[in-house]
Design a protein around this ligand. Structure first.
Ligand code: ZN
Length: 347
């Protein structure tokens, strides 16, 4: 089968569209999906550039997000060939103490398709049956690219905003870098909950789109002081929640933007991983710093249900054919997108 693979870590020059073996017949509880589209996440660039100990084998099939059609089912699977499905890329063992409590993204053996396991930028993938969700019927119907673009960012943002930060109506939420998929999903989920959202970007065009998608206030973090503007907007109080995935470049300003008792929820650090936190405001103002990764099966079901109700329909920035996957990665690397970049895989 054709797949977009990484042959060595260290940059996009080590990627290629290649012929690789098809997955074996699906085993107990497994399903083989014929992919119709995949979607990119910043995680893919981390994998391309190299994470400690990853990928486990080379060549490695990239891509954590995808949607397609069930092609073959192993024993003990509720799916049938022909079912149109989206893939939750978080792989858990369903047996450890955290899984037994329903916290699958805390699994002791947690891994992500495209990072720890072969990914979805391929014609076929085998996945556990419980990682699939039926693509909800919408009018107009979701495109394959939209369906592929949904899972990782929506699930991640849902756990961050709903479960970890527990955002509620009327609260102020600051979201950095609205062009990013998790940021955009977090903004839309916070709006569903009735929060007031301040979105930032370095691009006025992206900020205009953010306003159209529900941002109450937008700030250009290249030309404006986010901390000063937040103070003015909130009558010196600060925001209740900061949604972080930028890391080094924004962390100090995130802390300075918080109201007393505020919480920061983070799922990553695209600008760098080492954060400096002054403990004095942390304890005196009783801030909470909340880590968050992906989500559990219950959260995935909840976010798919929202999609079925017509909410959180993915914003697709651009679509590329599998043969042009490298160009898709270059667009992501340049940060030119608002929303998701998808890769279509021919039937
Ligand atoms: Zn587990």
């Amino acid at each position: 089968m054709k797949a977009f693979v990484l042959r060595a870590t260290g940059g996009l020059e080590h990627t290629a569209v290649a012929e690789v073996p098809e997955p074996r017949a699906p085993g107990l509880g497994e399903v083989r999906v014929a992919l119709r589209a995949a979607a990119l996440n910043h995680l893919d660039l981390f994998v391309v550039n190299g994470l400690p100990g990853l990928p486990r084998t080379l060549p490695h099939i990239l891509g954590s997000d995808g949607a397609g059609v069930v092609e073959q089912v192993g024993a003990d699977s509720p799916w049938r060939p022909g079912d149109a499905v989206m893939v939750n890329p978080g792989i858990s063992d369903y047996t450890c103490e955290f899984c037994r409590k329903g916290e699958h993204s805390l699994c002791v053996d947690y891994g992500i398709l495209g990072e720890h396991h072969p990914g979805l930028m391929a014609q076929y993938v085998n996945v556990p049956a419980h990682n699939l969700a039926r693509i909800p019927p919408l009018d107009p119907a979701l495109t394959w690219a939209e369906a592929a673009a949904f899972s990782l960012v929506s699930l991640t943002a849902w756990r961050m905003v709903v479960t970890r930060a527990a955002v509620h109506a009327g609260e102020w939420v600051l979201v950095w870098g609205i062009g990013g998929g998790v940021s955009l999903a977090a903004m839309r989920i916070a709006k569903l909950l009735g929060a007031r959202v301040i979105a930032t970007s370095s691009s006025d065009a992206k900020l205009e789109r953010a306003r159209a998608l529900g941002a109450d206030v937008t700030l250009n973090h290249r030309t404006q002081s986010v901390v000063a503007e937040v103070r003015t907007l909130t009558a010196k109080r600060g925001v209740d929640i900061v949604v972080e995935n930028v890391g080094e470049a924004t962390w100090a300003d995130s802390l300075r933007s918080l109201a007393k008792g505020g919480r920061i929820v983070t799922c990553g650090g695209t600008s760098g991983p080492k954060l400096v936190t002054d403990v004095r405001p942390l304890f005196w103002h009783q801030f909470s710093i909340l880590g968050s990764t992906m989500g559990n099966a219950r959260e995935y079901a909840a976010v798919v249900e929202q999609l079925g109700q017509g909410q959180l329909r993915p914003i697709v920035d651009a679509e590329f054919a599998l043969a042009d996957a490298r160009q898709a990665f270059e667009r992501l690397e340049q940060g030119a997108q608002l929303g998701k970049i998808a890769i279509t895989v021919a039937a």
